[in-house]
Design a protein around this ligand. Structure first.
Ligand SMILES: Nc1nc2c(c(=O)[nH]1)N(C=O)[C@@H](CNc1ccc(C(=O)N[C@@H](CCC(=O)O)C(=O)O)cc1)CN2
Ligand SMILES: Nc1ncnc2c1ncn2[C@@H]1O[C@H](COP(=O)(O)OP(=O)(O)OP(=O)(O)O)[C@@H](O)[C@H]1O
Length: 201
């Protein structure tokens, strides 16, 4: 019996050459990011976002709790909270599934999640329509390289109309991020030095 609903592996996963190119860039981007000086970057990022690409009134913000050497998004989340936006943080499911966002406010408890993440202890599941997207490397077309789980690609693909704003240090820009069929382009990239609009902006 045929099974026409099965997705061929070549469509469900990046081909080996592309996966290898992403893995190589991931390694160098992780090393490079670890050398950056984070002082003041989170506050500068907040100013840039509020001035150049603020979310529309009433937008539900898909944030994330920063980890490791990621740029600090807590200042911008605090400002958006103060402006009255609803905030949500991602809960990471097993690989192959999209992120789940739970409503969260400053002061509410966080607990450890998968891969070293911090996730809301409670909170109802919500669908954000304006997301801050962590990344290891980006280019000016809005292509993005993450940790390799494909989580944000799956998540943005499942939220039609939602905007994904990449957040990064300006130094995380590369000439070209290798991309495949599943890579979901960013609406723009906000850094401590400015906002970079893409073709989607
Ligand atoms: N702060 C933050 N939260 C996030 C993400 C992110 O990139 N940053 N995610 C984005 O999708 C999701 C979590 N997905 C993740 C998938 C894989 C790894 C991972 O493989 N981490 C490496 C450590 C990398 C390092 O040294 O910094 C590991 O555990 O070996 C991490 C997060 C949702 N929450
Ligand atoms: N919507 C999707 N459906 C099926 N497979 C997908 C989808 N999105 C991504 N993938 C696959 O997931 C794998 C990981 O993708 P990729 O290397 O682009 O992750 P990433 O964007 O770096 O990670 P993350 O978003 O978790 O930070 C790839 O094999 C990719 O083809």
């Amino acid at each position: 019996m045929v099974a026409p609903h099965l997705i061929p592996p070549a469509l469900a996963e990046d081909p080996p050459q592309l996966a290898a190119a992403k893995a190589a860039l991931r390694q160098s981007a992780l090393l490079a990011r670890g050398t950056l000086d984070p002082a003041g970057a989170g506050e500068a990022l907040a100013e840039i976002i509020l001035a150049a690409c603020p979310p529309p009134p009433g937008a539900i913000i898909g944030g994330f709790w920063p980890m490791g050497a990621e740029i600090d998004v807590l200042p911008v989340l605090r400002r958006l909270d103060a402006l009255g936006h609803a905030l949500a943080l991602p809960v990471t499911p097993p690989r192959g599934k999209p992120l789940e966002f739970r409503a969260w406010r400053f002061g509410e408890a966080l607990v450890p999640g998968r891969f070293g993440t911090s996730i809301p202890a409670g909170g109802e599941v919500v669908a954000p329509n304006w997301l801050l997207v962590p990344l290891l490397a980006f280019d000016r077309t809005g292509a993005r390289l993450g940790y390799g789980g494909g989580y944000y690609d799956r998540t943005l693909a499942g939220l039609p109309g939602a905007r994904g704003i990449g957040v990064a240090f300006a130094a995380q820009e590369v000439a070209q991020v290798p991309t495949g069929a599943h890579d979901f382009p960013l609406f723009g990239i906000a850094t401590e030095a400015g906002f970079i609009p893409t073709e989607r902006s």
